[in-house]
Design a protein around this ligand. Structure first.
Ligand code: AP5
Length: 225
């Protein structure tokens, strides 16, 4: 039986993880798990989790591990993840990576690859400043790099495009700091396990997508040999 395709997208805020996840989800029909999207849905619905998470998110810090791990463990137990999944924004520190590894080991599953989308900080600031997301499903656009057909209207569902609360410049700088301090160590963590694959995130979205698909094709081929 073919192995599950279980992917992790790693990279700084605004590197293009969500942009690529949307395309990969369409290519491979994998369950898409974005902790940022799940948290924003909870904030919008004013759940207990959303209320507890909001201040951390607005400041650009990490939401406490116990909240994140309860949320992701429950999501990974859902049936649609059985054929494979894409994790976007999780794990985000070593404690989360170890907890994920433990959970998957217990279930006889494992990560296929951790894809690092590499983008320098100066570019991140430009990307986040121009990002717009739709209010309905969070589809991503950029005012210059990936504009919608009609200004401020989502191509996919016709809803209004807005700027995220945590995309304000002062918050972005803190998100970058948190990335370098807490998330960047995951690069060595997955490299030591032979799971890290690097992707040049400075290329256009279509080229980044082609590169990732080629990497996945190689992984699937290696798996079938
Ligand atoms: P989250 O939603 O995960 O935010 P993030 O990691 O900061 O990532 P982004 O969504 O900002 O960026 P992206 O890499 O998806 O880029 P995108 O494709 O949009 O998390 C938000 C908050 O939730 C965190 O700060 C934290 O508080 C909390 N949180 C979430 N998970 C957590 C966890 N596990 N633990 C604790 N707390 C957690 O692209 C960006 C822009 O660039 C777009 O406009 C896009 O159109 C454009 N673009 C994309 N690719 C390209 C390209 N190749 N060239 C040019 N432009 C491009």
């Amino acid at each position: 039986m073919a192995r599950q395709l279980n992917l992790i997208l790693v990279g700084p805020p605004g590197a293009g993880k969500g942009t690529q996840a949307e395309r990969l989800q369409a290519d491979f029909g994998l369950a898409y798990i974005s902790t940022g999207e799940m948290l924003r849905a909870n904030v919008k619905a004013q759940t207990e989790l959303g209320i507890a998470a909001k201040a951390h998110m607005d400041a650009g810090g990490l939401v406490p591990d116990e909240l994140i791990l309860a949320m992701t463990a429950a999501r990974l137990a859902e049936d649609d993840t059985r054929d494979g999944f894409i994790l976007d924004g999780f794990p985000r520190n070593l404690a989360q990576a170890q907890a994920l590894e433990h959970q998957l080991q217990e279930e006889g599953r494992r990560i296929t690859a951790a894809l690092l989308i590499d983008v320098p900080d100066a570019e991140i600031v430009k990307r986040i400043a121009g990002r717009r997301v739709c209010i309905k499903k969070g589809h991503n656009y950029h005012v210059h790099y990936d504009p919608p057909k009609q200004v401020d209207v989502c191509d996919q569902d016709g809803s209004r495009l807005i700027q995220r609360d945590d995309d304000r410049p002062e918050v972005v700088l803190n998100r970058l700091l948190v990335y370098h301090e807490q998330t960047a160590p995951l690069v060595s963590f997955y490299d030591e396990r032979g799971l890290l694959r690097r992707v040049d995130g400075m290329r256009a979205p279509g080229e980044v997508h082609d590169h990732i698909r080629a990497l996945i094709a190689t992984l699937l081929l290696e798996d079938s040999l």
